[in-house]
Design a protein around this ligand. Sequence first.
Ligand SMILES: Cc1ncc(COP(=O)(O)O)c(C=O)c1O
Length: 360
Amino acid sequence: MLIDLRSDTVTKPTAGMRRAIASAEVGDDVLDGDPTTRRLEEQVAHLLGKDRALFFPSGTMANQVAVATLSEPGTEIYTDQGAHIVEREMAGAAALSGVQVRTVAGDGPMMDAASLSRAFRPFDPYLPRATLVCLENTHNSAGGLVTPVAGLRAMHDVARERNCRVHLDGARLWNAAVATGNTLAEFAEWCDTVMVSFSKGLGAPAGAVLAGDEDVMRRANETRKRLGGVMRQSGILAAAALYGLEHHVLRLAEDHARAADFAYVVDRAIAATVMPPETNIVMVDLAPGLDAANVARKVAREGVLVSVWNPSRLRMVLHLDVSEDEARTAALALLDALDEAWRELGDTSDWPVVLRGSEP
Ligand SMILES: Cc1ncc(COP(=O)(O)O)c(C=O)c1O
């Protein structure tokens, strides 16, 4: 049996979720509307404290529709340098919305209010105008770190001073809420639009929602249709999302605890540094000379799949389909693979044996 830690998107619908899908009440969402999709949209709009929510086939499409709705062609948008919107959406902001993306390097692991404020150009009629700031919470490439509500509010205030709207990529906002005890609405209050995804920790096969006020969502609905994002019997997918909302949100705390245990075990490796996880993502940075792809191959031979995030970084994501025992087995396998890769690097013979466990 493989233990697949490449992403929380690899989760397969549970038996209960499959039953909910099979019994979903559906309709044509372009003609008369789909009742299950309406129920999902209303529930999520309520959870986020927004007027209206729209169901999308993917988080990527929902993010891109938000960018198109809140920005203007020929202006600039600001994101963290590692944001999904800039790293993994095929330059969609440029291709679909005609905007220039300015990426911001945070003072710490992520963009914050101070780094965002510094990044803005001076107001000048002959410099590009900014229209939108895109935030991400939790932050995937920063290792699932949470921006607390106060941090979101501070970035919102900086954006407003510059006449910018704010979009939040909250693909894993559920994790931020469970980790902090804040409600989704407390995070969403500081954003004009919020995207939340059902196909990550909540275990649904696909789907995301974009929520905002009535006027913004009316325009987002037009763009969604233009891109072919309105689905017909979408209740099949919405039923899975509703099931995930009901059964899989609170259990995210288990993923967070397993991520912490996983990190604790792997941190014993002398050939790597582990970022202390705040949610379900564990980033492991390898010592100079070690190759992440090589370590990933070694651990795959033991039945554990991990993501090569970059040549010196591995990413592991804990999720619904990984039990406590499997998480431990995977952590020990990675520890062994790291030790083996370290020994191969040179004549370090028994270093790991001597040093392991000597750190507190
Ligand atoms: C932070 C973040 N935003 C957006 C997305 C896109 O979601 P989707 O795969 O549904 O397009 C992902 C997917 O992994 C993500 O991690």
